[in-house]
Design a protein around this ligand. Structure first.
Ligand code: HEC
Length: 268
């Protein structure tokens, strides 16, 4: 009863309770408390001139994220799961080698709660990913996950989804191989291929039929550049990929990859 009362009082006072961050690099989850994080030798006070969530300059006690993820490969993906279950994915490369952009895990200090993110909203704590020099690493506003509870390392799609891989026998610099990279960068968030992948929004791009089997080559390119130039309806969900995002050479290689995969169908 006393404990319950004390907890209630804490909640009423709005004092942040010590929180726990779970980090899973694949070798089993590891739990780190606020206190453990704040007593690390590499904690710094970090100044964030243009905080994406608070829209002003902020300062945090923060740990270099890289130091919390030893041995993580640059081609892996980091998944940040928030308290409410929302997950953001960031390529590990941005954290391991940000080309000047540095990722910091800001830690909300007990007794000094961060301000609310808006009227009636909670703050960015208990853990928040902030960047210094984000522009140097092309870090976008969706890559500042807040209210983080778990950081998970996912392997690169080629090892998670082997049925998406082009043939092993291809030359290292084969267009189909590069096309697979282009596919992972632009299409994998919405399309599965050979039934593999996490996407749920768009159709599978190989099963039962591959678009290179039923769309004329120029029409497929038209569709990728701007789906509305091929078929038009109000609730179409696929965005277009213009030359700033996808060069002509990338598009050639992407189509070569799709064509190649039409000859590598998974049993269905
Ligand atoms: C934001 C999600 C999204 C992304 C990213 C995306 N697509 Fe799509 N795509 C869709 C959806 C949804 C459809 C179904 C039509 C629609 O609603 O626009 C579709 C339809 C298609 C079709 C037509 C399939 C058919 O037979 O009707 C092709 C081909 C295609 N996408 C290829 C691609 C390629 C290649 C990429 C990467 C360059 C890509 N898409 C990226 C969501 C996406």
């Amino acid at each position: 009863m006393r404990l319950l009362l004390a907890t209630l009082l804490l909640v009423i006072a709005g004092a942040p309770r010590a929180a726990t961050l779970t980090i899973d690099t694949g070798a089993g989850p590891r739990a780190l408390t606020t206190e453990q994080l704040l007593s690390r030798a590499d904690v710094r006070e970090v100044r964030v001139p243009d905080d994406v969530s608070y829209h002003r300059e902020t300062r945090y006690l923060a740990v270099p994220l890289k130091a919390l993820l030893p041995g993580v490969a640059a081609d892996a993906h980091l998944q940040f799961v928030a308290l409410d279950g929302f997950a953001a994915e960031i390529p590990a490369e941005a954290v391991v080698d940000g080309r000047g952009a540095e990722a910091w895990l800001a830690v909300e200090p007990p007794g000094k709660p961060w301000p609310a993110l808006g009227a009636g909203k909670a703050g960015a704590g208990p853990f928040y990913l902030v960047w210094t020099s984000p522009a140097a690493g092309h870090i976008g506003p969706e890559q500042w996950p807040y209210q983080v509870a778990t950081i998970r390392v996912l392997a690169d799609p080629a090892s998670r989804f082997p049925a998406m891989r082009p043939a092993d026998g291809l030359a290292r610099d084969a267009p189909e191989r590069h096309g697979f990279t282009v596919f992972q960068r632009n299409c994998i968030t919405c399309h599965t291929l050979n039934g593999q992948g996490d996407a749920k929004l768009g159709p599978d791009l190989n099963l039962p039929h591959n678009p290179t089997e039923y769309l004329r080559a120029d029409m497929l390119r038209t569709l990728i550049r701007n789906p509305q130039d091929l078929r038009r309806w109000p609730q179409s969900k696929m965005p277009g990929f213009d030359r700033a995002v996808l060069s002509d050479a990338d598009l050639d290689d992407l189509v070569a990859y799709l064509k190649h995969m039409s000859m590598r169908k998974a049993p269905h």
